[in-house]
Design a protein around this ligand. Structure first.
Ligand SMILES: [Zn+2]
Length: 557
């Protein structure tokens, strides 16, 4: 591919030299084959405006949001530097070109934060350079291998801490290497970001938010985030929340150390927060009514993570790259988990957008006509919330063994089973809430139809992800047991008579596997139900025209 690229470039250069009147960067026109591919792939991302309602906020709070978005945009700038060495130069030269093809490439470069495709194997789709994204992004010298890194530390053991730090970039230094802290490598940007946070703190009337913003500004200036992470967990009665700084290390595919800058500016959703409180208030009742052997049932459900339902005002940096998440559980520092636990934010307006663009269209294709009127946005976001609450139900430790976690017993089978549990137990809890008189029949009906449509959302692209596998197990199980029916015309129906009976049965199976830490049973469940079967494949075929994800923009610029 490298050889191919250099031939291509030679051809392009000759073309450019031979016709000097051409627009700058017109060479992108020559990559026709790529252009068609990119046009196709862009369609997978539906252009979507994400709005957060801030009309109820005070003038000071609105000012805080405005300044946090500015800080977030600086965070975005830094991720452009971090992701790949040539991301910015390619973006900026495409911007200068007037050609149609450059515009299309630019759109896709903006989605991917560089010339490499986030979804399709990190392959380059524009410009010259390595055909696959360097695993180390721009965190390490492009030609540095894992072995180079590890050998260098063996030879220079005193450098280990700074080299493996989450907050340094590795650069060449004469014949060797050096680690440069983020606050030095990106010094101008970091100072700019910190100033916006300090400015925002001035307008923050909520004391806990003010305190957090000031500590966060200090943290980005010295790359010590512990204190500010604690302060983030201590936010109380805040209408506004923000996650900002270097957070996740997924973009470092070489060693997984280096964190990417990102930003999430959030406004709390009052109504959804009340519903969440209702779910949480009933959590011990849910635990007591779990459909498996009574001996496994705990007196109180686990406290687990703090939950909040928010609307996103702005995503920047790593969080804005490629597919958009609908929830985030943070911080990542285990010392903070130990001291304060963790906080999971659910992004309601992002979920709603995915519902409109993806879940409803899926439902309108695969469900039988009489069920389609029940596909409902509120039912979707409520169920996602209930899914999160249901993660805290059932056993985290194996029954009768105080120190053995379920995760340690189920190993690589744990993730998909835990996701499957959160869904199926969440659904079971709908029947419990109906029994307790907390919701009506209409709510139940809307949840069921929306749930079936929602199952197809993540299995469309195979079973490789935990959510996809968990959903396949539910779908196959409910189909096999006749709770979900396939009509002669291929549409799906629901057998209301037995629906919750079957749901309870699967919930009981999954919960029991966890309680017993039964690895073999998990393997068998996956083998029996975790596959893309022919009938599911047939439905997936019908969903090709539905976007895979969103290309989001925000109210704030
Ligand atoms: Zn989950």
């Amino acid at each position: 591919m490298r050889i191919f690229n250099s031939i291509l470039i030679t051809v392009i250069l000759l073309t450019l030299i031979s016709c000097s009147t051409r627009e700058e960067m017109d060479e992108f026109n020559n990559q026709d084959e790529n252009l068609e591919k990119v046009k196709e792939r862009i369609k997978a991302y539906s252009p979507t405006k994400i709005s957060a309602d801030i009309s109820n906020l005070t003038p000071n709070q609105k000012k805080v949001i405005e300044l946090l978005v500015k800080a977030g945009q600086v965070s975005d700038d830094i991720f452009w530097i971090q992701n790949t060495p040539d991301a910015i130069s390619i973006r900026d030269s495409l911007k200068k070109s007037k050609s149609e093809s450059a515009k299309i490439y630019l759109d896709y470069v903006n989605i991917n934060y560089g010339p490499y495709d986030e979804i399709y194997g990190s392959e380059r789709f524009v410009g010259d350079g390595p055909s696959i994204r360097p695993d180390g992004g721009n965190f390490y010298p492009t030609d540095m291998t894992k072995e180079d890194f590890e050998n260098y530390i063996v030879e220079n053991p005193e450098l280990k801490d700074e080299f493996t730090s989450l907050y340094t970039v590795i650069q060449k230094d004469g014949d060797g290497y050096k680690a440069v802290p983020y606050h030095i490598a990106y010094v101008d940007k970091v100072n700019q970001l910190a100033k916006y946070l300090e400015e925002a703190a001035k307008y923050a009337d909520n004391q806990s938010l003010k305190n957090y913003l000031l500590l966060r500004a200090k943290a980005v200036r010295n790359d010590d985030y512990y204190e500010s992470d604690l302060a983030w967990m201590e936010l109380v009665n805040n209408d506004i929340d923000v996650v900002i700084g270097p957070i996740e290390s997924y973009a470092d595919k070489l060693l997984g150390y280096k964190t990417s800058y990102e930003s999430i500016v959030m406004v709390k959703d009052k109504k959804a927060s009340e519903e969440l409180a209702m779910f949480e208030k009933n959590i011990d009742k849910f635990e007591a009514r779990l459909p498996y052997d009574k001996k496994y049932i705990r007196e109180t459900a686990g406290k687990g993570t703090k939950l909040q339902v928010v609307n996103v005002a702005y995503f920047g940096g790593h969080g804005q790259q490629g597919t958009k998440t609908i929830a985030a559980s943070l911080p990542n520092d285990p010392r903070v988990h130990q001291a304060k636990g963790a906080k999971k934010s659910m992004f309601k307006n992002m979920m709603e957008a995915k519902f409109d663009q993806i879940v409803r269209p899926i439902g309108n294709i695969i469900l039988e006509p009489k069920l389609r009127k029940y596909i409902d946005k509120e039912a979707f976001t409520s169920f996602v919330t209930l899914h999160e609450v249901s993660h805290t139900l059932g056993r985290g430790y194996v029954y009768g063994k105080k120190d053995v976690t379920v995760a340690s017993m189920l190993k690589e089978k744990y993730s998909f089973l835990e996701e499957c549990k959160a869904d199926i137990v969440g659904l079971w809890n709908i029947s419990i809430m109906r029994e307790l008189g907390l919701i009506d029949d209409d709510y139940v009906q809307r949840t069921k139809a929306t749930y079936v449509a929602g199952l197809y959302r993540s299995i469309r692209f195979g079973d490789e992800k935990a959510h996809g596998k968990g959903n396949l197990i539910q779908l196959n199980y409910l189909m096999d047991k006749g709770a979900i029916i396939t009509n002669e015309d291929g549409t799906l129906g629901i057998n209301n008579e037995i629906f919750f009976e079957v749901v309870g049965e699967l919930a009981g199976k999954v919960l029991t596997i966890q309680a017993e830490g039964d690895y073999n049973a998990a393997v068998n469940l996956e083998k029996d139900y975790g596959n893309v079967t022919e009938r599911i494949e047939a439905n997936i075929e019908k969903l090709k025209s539905i976007p895979r994800d969103l290309d989001t923009t925000y109210d704030f610029k």
